[in-house]
Design a protein around this ligand. Structure first.
Ligand SMILES: N[C@@H](CCC(=O)N[C@@H](CS)C(=O)NCC(=O)O)C(=O)O
Length: 212
């Protein structure tokens, strides 16, 4: 049975789940969520798809999961990939996924939204600047951790990598300049050179071009 992923191209959180699915080799297909048309805020979406009002949502037969980290965990269980080789690695992966969800992706996603998807006159400059300060601290943590390492945990791609990269391939500016963070830059290149890797707008339906 083909796994369905409710997602949209602009969502870095959905990208984490989509990339895990794509690289795992499991059969999956995207179902477009009309986030910019307000779909996630409708009563219907909350009752029929996700009470949390968020993408991504994964449906595999009777299994319905939300939260990118949980979907990645399911993909690992089903495919045997990206979940670490023992319980020590599994906990270390979880540590980085939780860190990413709190300190990196949530701040990056919000900052990118404010800077690119709101009209110029509605952009809260002080909030953006505050968020960018938080993000700089997060980039430093990741860049330092990647010193002398190819991957965040262990010696291959894991969900830690597939989570932390969620927003870092998008072309819209939000204050992240790869060249300022050489270890992150090299790691993103390494990941993107993995067979089967695709950029967010090539993996999921929907992009800013649709609203141009
Ligand atoms: N921690 C969640 C975050 C999910 C999330 O925030 N999704 C955004 C899109 S990137 C969303 O659907 N937001 C809907 C809304 O705010 O109305 C995850 O990793 O799945």
């Amino acid at each position: 049975m083909t796994i369905k992923l409710h997602c949209f191209g602009e969502s870095g959180n959905a990208y984490k789940a989509a990339l895990a699915l794509e690289l795992s080799g499991l059969a999956w297909e995207p179902v477009k969520v009309d986030f910019f048309g307000g779909e996630t805020r409708t009563e219907d979406f909350r009752t029929s798809t996700n009470v949390m009002g968020e993408a991504p949502v994964m449906i595999d037969g009777d299994v319905r999961l939300t939260q990118s980290g949980v979907i990645q965990d399911y993909v690992s269980e089903k495919s045997g990939k990206f979940g670490g080789k023992d319980s020590t690695e599994r906990r270390e992966i979880l540590r980085w996924v939780l860190w990413d969800n709190h300190k990196l992706s949530s701040n990056a996603g919000m900052t990118r939204f404010l800077m690119n998807f709101l009209p110029e006159n509605k952009q809260p400059k002080e909030v953006i600047s505050f968020m960018q300060g938080r993000l700089t601290a997060a980039y430093a943590v990741l860049n330092d951790h990647l010193e002398g390492r190819d991957w965040i945990v262990g010696d291959g791609i894991t969900n830690a990598d597939l989570s932390c990269c969620g927003y870092l391939y998008y072309p819209e500016p939000f204050g992240f300049n790869r060249k300022d963070w050489p270890n992150i830059d090299a790691w993103l290149t390494r990941l993107s050179e993995t067979p089967g890797w695709k950029a967010p707008y090539d993996l999921m339906p929907g992009s800013p071009a649709d609203r141009a």
